[in-house]
Design a protein around this ligand. Structure first.
Ligand code: GLN
Length: 313
């Protein structure tokens, strides 16, 4: 009997996790959000799930971590579902920047002064203001409920220590938000918008939660386990395109060449990625490279993509 791909992944994964883990010592954990500096620098874990619910995991998959920028993919999708493409892209552009995720540089330089894309901080803050809801609390509840639905995990919640730590120290994001408000990009009170943003960044997940969310994107918005269409196909297409072009910040070009899959990373060291039509993948490795992506996580995905010929290109 020949081995299926998932059997081969199962056989190879523990070894690859251990060899990729060696990269951790060349990176650093994020410290600009003080609470994140407590993350375990040597950790690496990955969970892969297929359309029939078979899963494989290896490494430190028991640890919880905050979604950070990974949540931006889903606030974008929710805003698209709430108000449609035209209204969303009236406030946020569609182009990569080549700058750091928290850069303000081009906001003033390039007209019409709207953020370049929904995955940089300025764009995601603008998206937070577009989520439907009568108050910031209602908007935040809608985001959390949406992620609970996609992850099939009703107990998904916030890491309040990370939330407070970011909210107390976010001078740069705060200045960006006030700048956006002045440009007429943000709807509503700036601090309310920021609260929605900090809350969705601090949603606590495991690799399995991310893999489950990614599985829905891998199947064009349908949960293959239940057959339920959770997101319109068009909005998944938009989200996956941004993941390819901007998902790994200003390393997205290199990641597209070396791995070739739609992905989104966060400063907690999480990466959500997927093999279209096949797998949802969640991983965590808090030690980051200079561009802010998990150093060991990227190495592990490069090995997997090469071995199983997963690149879309
Ligand atoms: N909450 C983080 C911030 O705004 C998210 C950034 C990230 O994950 N790259 O700085």
């Amino acid at each position: 009997m020949s081995l299926t791909e998932i059997d081969r992944i199962h056989a190879l994964l523990p070894h690859w996790v251990e060899s990729s883990r060696q990269q951790c010592s060349y990176g650093k954990v994020a410290s600009y959000i003080p609470e994140l500096s407590k993350s375990p620098i040597g950790a690496l874990g990955i969970h892969i799930i297929d359309a029939s619910g078979h899963s494989v995991s290896a490494g430190d998959t028991e640890i919880s971590f905050t979604m950070q920028s990974i949540s931006k993919v889903f606030t974008l999708i929710l805003a698209l579902m709430d108000i449609g493409e035209e209204a969303v892209f009236d406030k946020v552009g569609m182009e990569p920047t080549g700058d750091n995720f928290n850069s303000m540089l081009k906001l003033e330089l390039v007209q019409p002064g709207i953020p370049f894309n929904p995955l940089i901080n300025a764009g995601a803050i603008a998206i937070s203001s577009l989520i439907a809801g009568a108050s910031s609390t209602e908007k935040s509840c809608r985001v959390l409920d949406f992620l609970r639905l996609l992850s099939n995990n009703d107990s998904l919640s916030y890491d309040l220590d990370v939330y407070r730590s970011e909210s107390d120290t976010a001078n740069l994001n705060r200045s960006m938000a006030y700048f956006l408000k002045d440009n007429g990009v943000l709807e509503g009170a700036v601090e309310d918008v920021l609260d929605v943003y900090f809350r969705h960044c601090s949603i606590s997940v495991t690799c399995a939660d991310l893999a489950q969310m990614a599985l829905v994107l891998a199947h064009n918005g349908k949960n293959p386990l239940t057959g339920e269409q959770l997101i319109p196909r068009r909005y998944v297409q938009i989200a996956k395109t941004f993941m390819i072009t901007c998902g790994m910040y200003n390393a997205s070009g290199e990641f597209a060449i070396q791995v070739g899959l739609p992905a989104k990373s966060g400063v907690s060291g999480g990466i959500l990625t997927l093999v279209p039509g096949r797998y949802g993948i969640g991983l965590v490795g808090p030690s980051l490279n200079r561009k802010g992506n998990s150093i060991a996580g990227v190495a592990l995905l490069e090995s997997l993509s090469r071995e199983f010929d997963w690149s879309l290109f």
